[in-house]
Design a protein around this ligand. Sequence first.
Ligand code: UGA
Ligand code: MN
Length: 256
Amino acid sequence: MPMVYAITPTYARLQQKAELTRLSQTLLHLPNFHWILVEDAPNRTKRATDLLRSSGLSYTHLYALTPEDVKLKPTDSHSSKPRGVSQRNEGLSWIRRHLDPDIHHGVVYFADDDNTYDLRIFAEMRRTKRVSVWPVGFTGGLRYAGPVVKQGKVTGWFTGWNPERPFAIDMAGFAINLKLFFQYPEAQFSNYNVQNGYQESTILLALHLTLDVLEPLADNATKVLVWHTRADYPRLKGESRIQSQLHKAPYYSVEV
Ligand code: UGA
Ligand code: MN
């Protein structure tokens, strides 16, 4: 059975441990799976290290700090800067240094830490010859966006957002056969100088792909097996009040 290598960028925020717990326990169901978790941090953190060690998964733990000038700040509009670029590139570089396409067979999937994944998409993506594609829920300004398929072939994109993109698809909507990364050793995500929403097209164009070779999955792209979910920022309104009364409250500290 071909392997699935999932590259997941992750960064510190209140929801991080919850997201990684949910994702890692989805991944635990998978056979022949290797998780490449890449932290957006200057080093490996204790939080991720502990989580990976106790996860029961086969994994590689990496880190790559997003450069200061392109890092999305809480005051920036969400769409102004690309996320996960340095981390995915670090994952690809690890793959190229540690795997051999003559020995290792499988697919690479870019699995963000906050999406929701049906196990069936992993089972389907294993048979990818070059690149497979499928719809992703809650993307493109729609309930779902994805490839338009006619007679088994991808002919265009169904999306409410920038349909003129060469590959108008979300990161969670495609998987790539491992061998392509060795066939095109320079292919990587653009280091933060492409327009928002063009990261997917950047990597797929760098792998010399065209629409006609794409392999539609999820029943000819008629099923949603991945959702672009995002967790609401937790409301901590009580915290400042509690902190100001700390001398009264019993001391209470847990790892978050
Ligand atoms: C959408 C796409 O689904 C992403 O795959 C794409 O990277 C992103 O847009 C983009 O165009 O930059 P979205 O849900 O808006 O994603 O972004 P996030 O989920 O906030 O971030 C994507 C991944 O990067 C996540 O795994 C997240 O943990 C990670 N990330 C985010 C970092 O590593 N560092 C950050 O500062 C922010
Ligand atoms: Mn997301």
